[in-house]
Design a protein around this ligand. Structure first.
Ligand SMILES: [Zn+2]
Length: 292
């Protein structure tokens, strides 16, 4: 953790709880990929830039989650650089109440903000306005959040944001927050094509063997779908499903965990519904789901 690692001729990774990518141009200007969770992470990034006498050309935010965009405001204010993201993601960074509101389903309670739902609001430009070095590509990675992207640097290094989660994380709990499961399945299939390339997930070690991790992520989605289906032999409310799953995985009984699990369960139910595997009914003011 907290190592600055060279991954290619001009490509580096600052390994943090959220890995940060650096692509350095021949003019010593850096495209910074994500900014870490907060001001502390931003200061670490600045230290590296100062040490090498590099300046920021642009910040590319893969998506709006706080652990990727939390250091953005500090970096922008400290250096005067511009941050870029896709049109959907930039809205969430400019209006940080929206992310917890989407996950919770209403204006978020203060108790739900915490470290990971607290992006300092920051102006972000549309990534379409950013000029990129030759061989530098943006990769669409829909599923995890509104319109997440990854980056391929000219050194053939792939920064994959949160498109794949580490096996350790999935082993402790196979369900993570996913905005759109159908798109996530498609993204995972796509990522398998990068086998043999150097890939950098945001929360796992850089690897040349991304296909097995992508498969493990897919199997985890399948597993959660199977568990949910097994619980829906009779009509069950979302509330009861959340309770079953929190007990099954021995999850901490906190506001944050409850909301994240509840949101995750509803995401899986929508996927199952769109694939005609479950049906629902609203009865006496409760919504029940049942296997078809
Ligand atoms: Zn994320």
């Amino acid at each position: 953790m907290f190592e600055f690692v060279k991954l290619g001729k001009n490509t580096y990774c600052y390994t943090m709880p959220t890995n940060v990518g650096f692509y350095v141009t021949d003019e010593n200007e850096v495209y910074v990929i994500d900014t870490g969770v907060n001001e502390k992470s931003a200061k670490r990034i600045l230290e590296v830039l100062e040490k090498h006498s590099w300046s920021i050309k642009a910040i590319i935010l893969t998506h709006a989650h706080t652990d990727h965009a939390g250091g953005c405001k500090y970096l922008v204010e400290a250096t005067g650089c511009t941050a870029y993201a896709t049109s959907a993601e930039r809205v969430f960074v400019e209006h940080p109440d929206l992310e917890p509101a989407v996950v919770y389903g209403a204006y978020p309670c203060r108790d739900f903000r915490g470290k990971f739902m607290n992006t300092p609001a920051c102006k972000v430009s549309d990534i379409k306005e950013l000029s990129l070095p030759v061989g530098f590509e943006l990769i669409r990675l829909p599923g995890h959040f509104a319109d997440m992207i990854g980056v391929k640097t000219p050194d053939d290094v792939y920064f994959l944001a949160d498109a794949v989660i580490s096996d350790k994380t999935l082993e402790s709990c196979p369900m993570s927050y996913i905005f759109d499961l159908q798109s996530q399945y498609e993204t995972l299939e796509e990522i398998k094509r990068y086998e043999g390339k150097l890939c950098v997930p945001s929360h796992a070690e850089p690897t040349w063997e991304i296909a097995s991790l992508a498969s493990f992520n897919k199997e985890s989605l399948d597993k959660v779908n199977e568990i949910i289906l097994s619980l829906l032999e009779k009509p069950v409310s979302v509330e009861d499903l959340v309770s079953e799953l929190m007990n099954l995985w021995d999850l901490p009984e906190t506001y944050m965990q409850y909301v994240m699990t509840s949101s995750g369960v509803r995401g899986h139910l929508v996927y199952l519904r769109h694939n005609s595997l479950v049906e629902y009914e609203v009865s006496k003011g409760r919504m029940y789901w049942k296997k078809v």
